[in-house]
Write a protein that binds this ligand. Structure first.
Ligand SMILES: Nc1ncnc2c1ncn2[C@@H]1O[C@H](COP(=O)(O)OP(=O)(O)OP(=O)(O)O)[C@@H](O)[C@H]1O
Ligand SMILES: [Mg+2]
Length: 465
């Protein structure tokens, strides 16, 4: 099982356990240290008290011989228990009284001139394993002889107590961590129920059911953001999906008409023997339909490739007057047939892909030619401005109603329903123009005045990017 696949609850619970253990341990160490300090303080205060008492007894003792005569009087009066030891020595080092063999005076002896304090107690090694707290003070008997009193307390008891306490602290920290982790996991599970509820709603989303939206209103803030983002994604998906289905419907519809024509005409022709001229006419008509289908498929392929950024651009600086004149020459024949004149007024240059520019302008010109009433003219103009260079095609003719303007660049959209696919157009021309401009980081605009001009402009950015 990889770390990634471990459940979030488990991971968070483990994290909570580690954090809780760390916190409990820090608190435990603090308590342990303060207890150890207090115990030592209490023991040291006890040694200081006993030293004072011994000094007091010495004051009341006439001479050192009295001590050697009855050492137990001192040993008893110091009320020594099993852990405390006493050593009394004369100023020449002779032992006067003792209850242990292994005790030696501390390196520092508190002089007669001042009382002993806790800071005078030092720690030394009692034997190989035990430590002891030792206090040495000077005392004086009535005869004036000095006596060195050394008191010691073995810390073994305290160490044992502290060691037991250490284990208890560790046990408490572990138990605390376990309890916190368990409670944490219950709380986390409870919080994650909301996520599970959202996941359950998301499970109902499918290609057939893209209308489902997550109910973020009941979720906490953090999850509401997630639900809202997910709903936004669904909105976009639904719009794209609808576009795609519409596109597929339109495509099927637009291909069905020419294919039906081909079938019906061919069947009629085959129903009985006909003169060669009829077959020739049919082949001509079929050739036109095939041409139309081929153009449609080519347009679809172009749009698909442009959608996936698979159209390679070959940008170059183009002379606009030269380019537009060339396009006008190309449309000379159709323009003559339509009784329309093409006027060019262009200057400046543009950085663009020559093939794509020609294709976009040609699409606009072929539309304009179709809608310009005979006897009128069609204008091709271009100008370089600060930010944009525009290439426009303007014609006089029927205006486009405002409600169509936004949808004009959609695939298969025709503003005039009477001009169905039978008219020989596919409704893909402006969609291709838009794709071409998107590929070149430009855009296309359209204005159409009732009873006036319809003007399509290609805008190329002067600073690419
Ligand atoms: N100059 C214009 N004047 C009026 N209407 C226009 C003009 N240019 C385009 N249109 C409207 O925009 C619609 C879409 O144009 P588009 O070029 O995309 O498709 P099409 O010309 O019908 O087909 P295709 O260009 O694929 O042969 C046209 O059907 C027409 O209704
Ligand atoms: Mg067109």
């Amino acid at each position: 099982m990889s770390v990634r696949s471990v459940s979030l609850t488990l991971r968070l619970s483990a994290l909570v356990a580690v954090v809780a253990f760390a916190v409990f341990s820090v608190v435990g160490v603090y308590l342990y240290r303060s207890l150890a300090g207090q115990l030592q303080e209490r023991d040291d205060a006890d040694l200081v008290e006993r030293a004072d008492l011994m000094r007091h007894f010495l004051d009341e003792t006439s001479n050192t011989a009295e001590i050697t005569r009855d050492p137990h009087r001192f040993l008893d009066s110091a009320s020594l228990d099993g852990d405390v030891f006493l050593l009394m020595q004369a100023s020449d080092g002779t032992t006067l009284a003792k209850n242990t063999e292994s005790l030696s005076p501390a390196s520092h002896v508190v002089p007669l001139t001042r009382p002993a304090v806790q800071a005078d107690v030092i720690e030394t090694e009692a034997d190989r394993s035990a430590r002891q707290r030792v206090l040495s003070v000077s005392g004086r008997v009535a005869s004036g002889e000095l006596v060195r009193v050394t008191l010691a307390r073995i810390t073994a008891d305290r160490s044992a107590l502290l060691s037991a306490y250490r284990w208890r602290v560790l046990g408490a920290a572990l138990l605390g961590a376990a309890i916190t982790a368990t409670l944490g996991s219950i709380l986390i599970r409870h919080a994650l129920k909301r996520v599970t509820a959202l996941a359950e709603q998301a499970r109902h989303v499918s290609a057939q059911n893209l209308r489902v939206r997550l109910d973020g209103a009941a979720a906490p803030n953090e999850l509401r953001i997630l639900a809202d983002s997910f709903n936004d994604v669904l909105d976009r998906l639904e719009a794209s999906f609808n576009n795609l289905s519409q596109f597929a419907d339109d495509l099927a519809h637009d291909m069905r008409t020419p294919l039906n024509n081909l079938m019906v005409q061919t069947e009629v022709m085959l129903s009985q023997p006909r003169p060669a001229e009829d077959y020739q006419n049919l082949l001509h008509s079929n050739h036109e339909e095939f041409g139309r289908l081929a153009r449609m498929v080519e347009s679809m392929l172009f749009l698909a490739r442009a959608d996936h950024d698979e159209v390679a651009l070959s940008l170059e600086r183009l002379d606009l007057h030269q380019e537009l004149t060339r396009i006008a020459d190309y449309f000379e024949g159709p323009a003559l047939d339509a009784g329309v004149q093409i006027a060019v007024s262009a200057s400046g240059t543009v950085i663009a892909d020559a093939q794509l520019l020609r294709r976009a302008v040609s699409n606009l010109v072929s539309n304009a030619l179709r809608y310009t009433p005979p006897g009128n003219s069609l204008r091709l103009d271009a100008a370089e401005k600060d930010e944009w260079t525009s290439v426009c095609v303007t014609n006089f003719g029927p205006s486009i109603a405002p409600e169509h303007i936004d949808r004009l660049f959609d695939r298969f959209y025709r503003a005039d329903p009477s001009r169905s696919s039978a008219s020989g157009t596919s409704g893909l021309g402006l969609a291709i123009v838009k794709s071409i401009m998107t590929l070149q980081h430009g855009r296309v605009t359209v204005t159409s005045q009732p009873g006036g001009d319809t003007r399509f402009c290609l805008l190329f950015p002067n600073r690419p990017g």
